[in-house]
Design a binder for this molecule. Structure first.
Ligand code: SAM
Length: 333
């Protein structure tokens, strides 16, 4: 069966190369023969089938994804942990030979939860990446402000991005992702540079704990997908780990948040997504990104100051926090 192909209307000029985002649909899971010539594309189908039909050669500059976590979301079937990990391992085995020597893999995961007990997935994934000799550069903590309120443990408010490189000669550029320094006015107080500004004028290293709001209902990036990651999270990764024109691949692309981060910065994107409505929503977002119309929250936008909201004031009938606690303790005696 021929591949049905939908192209977006606004091709982007990226480093002199035209990259019209495309949605590739094929009921027989055939990857088109000209895939290597495509600019940016979402393949609607199974990621293992897609990867298996690519040539066995280094293609990707960056692989960034948030795989299903096996927690029973609408788009996944909860399986035994060992079976889930064996499936993920098969996919990683197909990715590593297709990653360039200068390339990076960022696997973003949370916890598998079993009967109220948490199993951090980054710990479970580590032996798979180690088997391939990949080098762990950072375990980035993505901290966010909203989620479920647990009663029997502290509420979970972070997930992890495991950043691996294939070799020591990996691409990494801090300058595009520097954030404002705490004390930009600080000066050397002795030595030959005495009196000169001591910090980098471009700002400081954003460090490995990133405070980026998760995509909830009032977020500008919200779509129908239940677990989108924020564009800003991937933007920081794309800007620091790739050069313009690089090929970024997301094997579980959902609504293509990683594609948006990639296209707004002049890189190429390939994604794989099983669900047709997520794949179509992803194509529309890629189209907006390539024509400069993406709605997104940049990685360096300061956090909303919740104390400015009228909702942050305690209602008079509740009283000051200390009084409320004391009277509760009194009642317990
Ligand atoms: C955690 S979500 C990723 C969301 C994505 N990061 C975003 O921002 O939209 C995982 C996605 O993987 C897709 N998926 C699950 N199994 C797949 C498979 N075998 N091949 C391709 N996609 C798959 C699901 O439909 C789901 O959209």
């Amino acid at each position: 069966m021929p591949t049905k192909r939908t192209r977006a209307h606004d091709p982007a000029q990226e480093g002199g190369k035209t990259c019209p985002p495309a949605l590739l649909l094929d009921e027989d899971d055939n990857v088109p023969a000209d895939i290597l010539d495509l600019g940016s594309a979402i393949w609607r189908g199974d990621t293992e089938a897609f990867l298996s039909s690519l040539p066995l050669e280094p293609l990707f500059d960056l692989v960034v994804t948030s795989p299903p976590y096996n927690i029973g979301k609408a788009y996944e079937k909860k399986e035994e942990l060992a079976k889930y990990l064996a499936w993920q391992e098969r996919i990683i085995d197909l990715i590593v030979p297709r990653l360039k020597d200068s390339g990076s893999i960022c696997w973003q995961v949370g916890n598998f939860v079993d009967n109220g007990q948490i199993i951090p997935l980054d710990i479970e994934f580590a032996p798979i990446f180690k088997k391939h000799g990949l080098q762990l550069r950072n375990r980035i903590i993505w901290h966010f402000g909203h989620g479920l309120h647990n009663k029997k443990r502290f509420s979970g408010r972070y997930e992890v991005v495991m950043w691996y490189t294939k070799s020591d000669s990996y691409h990494f550029d801090l300058d595009p992702v520097r954030i404002p320094s705490k004390y930009p006015g600080k000066r050397h107080f002795k030595g030959p540079k005495k009196g000169q500004v001591s910090g980098n004028p471009l700002g400081k290293n954003p460090e490995d704990v990133w405070d980026i709001p998760n995509v909830k209902s009032n977020h500008p990036e919200k779509t129908t997908h239940p677990c989108q990651f924020p564009v800003g999270l991937i933007e920081r990764i794309v800007l620091s780990m790739t050069k313009p024109g690089a090929l970024v691949f997301d094997p579980f692309s959902g609504v293509a948040s990683s594609g948006v981060a990639t296209l707004i910065h002049g890189r190429r994107f390939w994604g794989c997504e099983l669900n047709i409505s997520y794949a179509e929503a992803g194509l529309s977002r890629l189209s907006d990104a390539s024509s400069g119309n993406a709605k997104y929250r940049p990685h360096d936008q300061p956090l909303y100051d919740h104390t400015k909201s009228t909702l942050s004031k305690r209602p008079v009938e509740v009283g000051p926090a200390t009084v409320a606690k004391k009277s509760k303790r009194g009642a317990e005696k």
